[in-house]
Design a protein around this ligand. Sequence first.
Ligand SMILES: [Zn+2]
Length: 452
Amino acid sequence: MTATRWLAEYAWLPGHAEPTADVLIEAEDGRITAVTPLVGSGRPAAGVEVLGDAVRLPGLTVPGLANAHSHAFHRALRGRTHGGRGDFWSWRDVMYSVAARLDPDSYLALARAAYAEMALAGITCVGEFHYLHHAPDGTPYADPNAMSAALVEAAAHAGVRITLLDTAYLTASVDGDPLVGPQRRFGDGNALRWAERVAAFRPEDDHARVGAAIHSVRAVPAGQLATVASLADRAGVPLHVHLSEQPAENDACRAVHGCTPTRLLADHGVLGRHTTAVHATHPTGADVALLGESRTGVCLCPTTERDLADGIGPARRMAEAGSPLSLGSDSHAVVDLFEEARAVELDERLRTRRRGHFTAAELVTAATVGGHAALGWGDAGRLSVGDRADLVTVRLDSARTAGVPPVGAFFAATAADVTNVVVDGRTVVADGRHLTVDVPAELRAAIEEVTS
Ligand SMILES: [Zn+2]
């Protein structure tokens, strides 16, 4: 890979409250080697001949966005679950009908298209919370990790990095009911067998890492939580868990275990700085303290939480208690991390009827370095020397962003305003077009395959 230089009209540099004008960013072998604000540096300003080989990036350039919570196959459900009434549980029945249709080939096609849509939206790294492990009747494929391999390959085709969060999903309820029907393909029987399968999956490509996940306290019995947690701990990989998305989960956990899901996870060694709780929509005050004191991260998925009528989590309180925040598009009803980021602030306003809970810089942090850290990529998400050269450029001359000051871009831009995306020094999106995937055509074909 050769050295590359970009000249950003504005760039959001780490630790800055707002973007800086005219920043020269240089990279070699996929790593940032220099970040130079030209104004006041003594170096020539924009347009001068010596910068002739630099790629111009008009608009605002931010670090790569990390989508810390994805279920790729949910993309097939977009627009198909809005016809009637219902709640999370009725939505889940529709979701299961798509899950039942997938095999490694069709999942590769669907995930490739879904991840390419993410790349178009400026997402350079995805955390795939993956539990479609086996054939529909629960029989392992000849390669027991064929579905994981399909997702890793899909990310490579789409040009994004992936943390494959291999998910333990063993039971259908907090009571320990067995998996039935479409859930059978999720299960490995017990946590030890899950761990054996995960240990056998070692993607060789640099764009992929393997992490662990506990689907929820509904899906992993209390006595097996520590087995999953210790595997993640020994391997030094991220551990994610759906937590208190629904009040019903809290009620069931109290009825069976006499405590909240957060308390149960704490008692079994699941919480900690390598753990990310996804949603945390309905924590108690004590839960917020447990999460914060243990430095457990929280991944908020506001567009999904609104789509599924989950509720609004106490984002500010959790951040103040000590939980680093990240963002996920989860069900992909919307793939737009600008929308997720501003929703963290706007939902807090709805909840409290006050404005101004998060600064723009805090929202950018959650969307970039916060998400990458939650996915185990500690060297990504900042425009700083040594970090991975991930650059996402947002135009400031669209109908949505014209006249908006660069600091306000996260409150105005949509995914459609992303013009240029660089991942590990390689351009994946230019002029708003994915360079290798015809995203709308591939989405249409892949979704038709699993829904018709
Ligand atoms: Zn989820």
